[in-house]
Design a binder for this molecule. Structure first.
Ligand code: FE2
Length: 497
C-alpha cells in the first residue's frame, strides 16, 4: 500500500537563492503512509528487527521572513516502523501552534533565528521570537514521541504509531514559563526517567528537570549561570547529569547595545556542572575544561570516583550573527556548518568527584559528529559509538558512518556513495541480543543522482559490508537533523510503568 495522506502547498519562491532551501534541502509537501508490501526492498528486512526509526528535520513550507537559517524550517517526522520482517513508512509535519497558524494565514508569520527583529508576534525559542518549528530532535518517552527544536520549544507530542499530534503533557505548562524544553533530553531505559534542560535570556538562565516513567514532572530546578548561555546537549549517568556552560555566548558588550553576536571566548574555560539526578543548584559540582564548544555527546558513565563524558568537541566554533544581517549571512552560515572549519572530533572528559580535577584527551583525529550509542547503554559503561562522516564540499552532507570501538581503538566505516547524503544513524538491538553491537544501524539516505530516498539497514557488527536491506521511500526527502530508535516494547510506554 502507498497512500498519499495529505499534500501541503510549499510556497517558497522558485527564485529564492538561499542554498539551504534548494537541492538536498528542498522541502516536500507530501505526507505518505506506505508499506513494504508495495515499496521496493533490496535485500531482506531482518525478522529480529522490531521497533521504529524516526528522523526529524527542517522542511520549510512558506517563503521565509528575512534570511532563512537551515534550522528554521518546519519540523517533519519520517518514521520507519519495523515488524516481523516488514516495514511501514510514514511522514508528517509536526503540527505545532506555529505551523497551524501559518497554514491558516498561508504565509510565514514568524522570522527565523537570524532576524528575530522582523517578528510581530510573541514566539518561542530562547529569545522568544521564533516559530516553534519542532524540527531539531525527536525522542520517545512514555509511549509518545516528543519533537522539539534546539532553541527550546514546546514538548510537541506525537503518536508514534500514526504520527498524529496529541495534546501537550501537563508538565509542558510548567516548563513553558521558562522557554519549554531544549532538544537533547535523555531517557534512561532502566528507570524510564527522562532528563532535560532549557535555557533563556532571563536569570537564572538554565533549568534542569526529570520526567518520571509515569510521565510526571518529578524534578525541576533552576541552575544559576553567570549569564546567557547557549548549551546544546546534556550528559547523563546512572546517578548524575552533566550540564554545559560553554564559552560560546552572545558577546555581553554587544548584547548590552541590543546586538546578538555569538562569540567564542577562547580564554574562558568551559564549565561542566555534575548534578545528582535529583539534585539542586546547591549540589552542582562545577568542573573546568579547555575552552570549547560541544554540540553532541556520545555517552557518559561513572567509574569509581570519576564521571566520564565522551562526545565531539570543537576548539573553533562558528555561528552567524543574530539580528544584524549583511550580504554574507549565507557564507557565515556555511562556515558554521563546515566541519572542516569547526573540526569536531571525538573527545573524552574525566571529572574526578573527589579531587575536583578534570582530565581530557582527544580520541580521534578524523572529523565526525552526531555520535550515537545503543539506547540500553545510555548512562552506562559502553563500548561503541557510531558517528557521522561528512563530505566537506557540500553543505550539511552526511556522507557515511564511522563505528568506534572505544575498548580496542578499532574503527569501521561505511560511506553512502557519491551524491548520496545520509541522516543521523540509530542503533537497534536485535530481539534477544547477546551483546552491545548485536544490533542494526539504521539511517535514511537521499540520493541526488537517482532523485529518491531510501532507508538503509546495516549490520552493527560489520557496517563496512554495506546494507543488509534498502527500502525505497515513496518520495525524495530533504536531509535532516536528529533521529531516535524506539524499541518495540517502548512504543506504548516505558518499561515497568
Ligand atoms: Fe543537536
Amino acid at each position: 500500500m502507498i497512500k498519499l495522506e495529505n499534500e501541503i502547498e510549499i510556497t517558497i519562491k522558485p527564485d529564492n537563492p538561499n542554498p539551504f532551501l534548494r537541492d538536498h534541502f528542498t522541502s516536500v509537501g507530501t505526507e505518505y503512509t506506505a508499506d513494504t508490501d508495495t515499496l521496493k526492498v533490496i535485500g531482506e528486512i531482518p525478522k529480529d528487527l522490531n521497533g521504529m526509526y524516526v528522523r526529524n528535520g527542517h522542511n520549510q513550507v512558506h517563503e521565509p521572513m528575512g534570511v532563512y537559517h537551515a534550522f528554521d524550517g518546519d519540523g517533519m517526522l519520517h518514521a520507519v516502523h519495523f515488524e516481523d520482517g516488514k516495514a511501514t513508512y510514514r511522514n508528517r509535519f509536526v503540527r505545532t501552534i506555529g505551523f497551524l497558524a501559518e497554514q491558516a494565514a498561508g504565509k510565514s508569520l514568524w522570522p527565523g533565528m537570524l532576524e528575530p527583529h522582523l517578528g510581530h508576534h510573541r514566539g518561542w525559542g530562547s529569545i522568544g521570537a521564533m516559530k516553534d518549528n519542532a524540527g531539531t530532535d525527536v525522542i520517545c518517552h512514555g509511549g509518545k514521541l516528543l519533537a522539539t527544536m534546539s532553541q527550546c520549544s514546546e514538548a510537541n507530542r506525537v503518536d508514534p504509531f500514526t504520527l498524529e499530534p496529541l495534546l501537550p503533557d501537563p508538565w509542558n505548562m510548567t516548563i513553558s514559563e521558562h522557554q519549554g524544553i531544549c532538544s537533547h533530553f535523555k531517557v534512561d531505559n532502566d528507570t524510564g526517567e527522562l532528563m532535560f534542560f532549557n535555557f533563556s535570556e532571563r536569570p537564572p538562565y538554565l533549568h534542569y528537570g526529570v520526567i518520571d516513567k509515569h510521565n510526571q514532572l518529578a524534578h525541576y530546578e533552576p541552575i544559576e549561570l553567570p549569564g546567557i548561555r547557549w548549551p546544546h546537549d546534556l550528559g547523563v549517568t546512572k546517578n548524575y547529569s552533566i550540564l554545559h556552560d560553554l564559552p560560546f555566548i552572545f558577546d555581553p558588550e554587544l548584547l548590552a547595545k541590543g546586538e546578538r553576536k555569538v562569540t567564542f571566548f577562547d580564554q574562558m574555560p568551559a564549565r561542566f556542572g555534575v548534578i545528582p539526578r535529583h539534585g539542586t543548584n546547591a549540589d552542582v559540582k562545577w568542573f573546568e575544561g579547555k575552552p570549547c564548544f560541544i554540540l553532541h555527546l556520545s555517552n557518559c558513565y561513572e567509574k569509581g570516583d570519576e564521571v566520564i563524558m565522551e562526545g565531539c568537541i570543537t576548539l573553533n566554533p562558528r555561528k552567524p550573527a543574530v539580528g544584524k544581517q549583511d550580504h554574507d549571512a549565507i557564507q557565515k552560515m556555511r562556515k558554521q556548518f563546515d566541519k572542516r572549519e569547526t573540526g569536531y572530533r571525538m573527545h573524552r572528559w574525566v571529572f574526578n568527584l573527589k579531587t575536583g580535577q578534570t582530565r581530557e584527551e582527544f580520541l580521534d583525529d578524523e572529523v565526525t559528529e552526531f555520535p550515537v550509542v545503543n539506547n540500553d547503554y545510555v548512562g552506562k559503561p559502553y563500548r561503541y559509538s557510531y558517528n557521522t562522516l561528512f563530505d566537506f564540499d557540500r553543505d550539511w552532507w552526511m556522507s557515511g558512518v564511522k563505528k568506534f570501538d572505544l575498548l580496542t581503538g578499532e574503527t569501521q566505516r561505511y560511506e553512502y556513495g557519491k551524491g548520496r547524503a545520509g541522516s543521523e544513524c540509530q542503533v537497534a538491538l536485535r530481539d534477544n541480543a547477546k551483546d552491545e553491537d548485536d544490533a542494526y544501524v539504521i539511517t535514511l539516505v537521499t540520493d541526488m543522482n537517482e532523485n529518491h530516498s531510501e532507508c538503509l539497514i546495516l549490520d552493527a557488527k560489520d557496517i563496512g559490508r554495506g546494507p543488509i536491506a534498502r527500502i525505497m521511500l515513496p518520495h525524495r526527502i530533504p536531509i535532516g537533523a536528529h533521529a531516535c530508535w524506539v524499541e518495540a516494547d517502548r512504543m506504548s510506554g516505558e518499561r515497568g510503568a
